[in-house]
Ligand binder design. Sequence first.
Ligand code: HEM
Length: 231
Amino acid sequence: MLFIVIHQVYELWFKQVLHEIDHVIVLLDAREPFRAQHSLKRVLTILKVLVAQLDILETMTPLEFQSFRERLEAASGFQSDQFRQLEFVLGTKSQAAIDRFADGGRARAALALRFRAPTLWDAFLRYLSREGYAIPTALLSRDVTARVEPSADLQATLIDLYRRDPQHAEMCERLVDLDEGLQEWRYRHVKMVQRTIGAKIGTGGSSGAQYLATTLMTPIFPDLWEIRSRL
Ligand code: HEM
């Protein structure tokens, strides 16, 4: 019961987070920075809850989990299309992730749509460009299906923004909070996996904790991290 309930709770919050991020993008496009930041704050607050509620699942011992694990068969976190949608809207896109979902299904269609749509970072850069910041044109017209790559020219602009524009620097800090928050969730999830199943393979067919460890420490907004040592 606990295992089912907690996964349903996560999916509900993922739904809300996706809704809020879509709204942040609309607000940035409408040049409404304060309202955008307000919605972003709500996302960050939900993210804290998402990390904290892992404590509840960690009350389940390895033996308790083992007592029903076989019945999960191939069911896995890999089937959470909303988590993949969240990764996509934040810039971590992958065709392979889409291919896991059945052709013609709701999940695949939703993911395919997000794959082709601009990310939160694209919306933010578009917004900054309209505010008069020198955003490289290559970034404004980039292939949005590709991962967000760091850019030296953009970093120069961001350093200038941090030094001279506290309002927008604050918005950048909220994006760093979001990035750090998701990394925190990944870290807590992998520790929970290690304490529950050790080094066993995942029900979704991956190497388990070993695979999950490869997803840690990969920032969503690399430029916002790279400028730190030069501020
Ligand atoms: C004892 C509890 C849990 C265990 C042992 C566990 C284990 C795993 C494992 C081994 C994977 C790697 C994929 C695979 O081969 O299956 C995975 C992925 C994943 N799990 Fe869990 N999990 C647990 C709880 C949760 C909960 C509560 C959530 C909430 C949403 C969740 C969400 C995910 C997601 C989204 C992925 C994909 C991550 C990625 O590819 O980066 N898991 N999990």
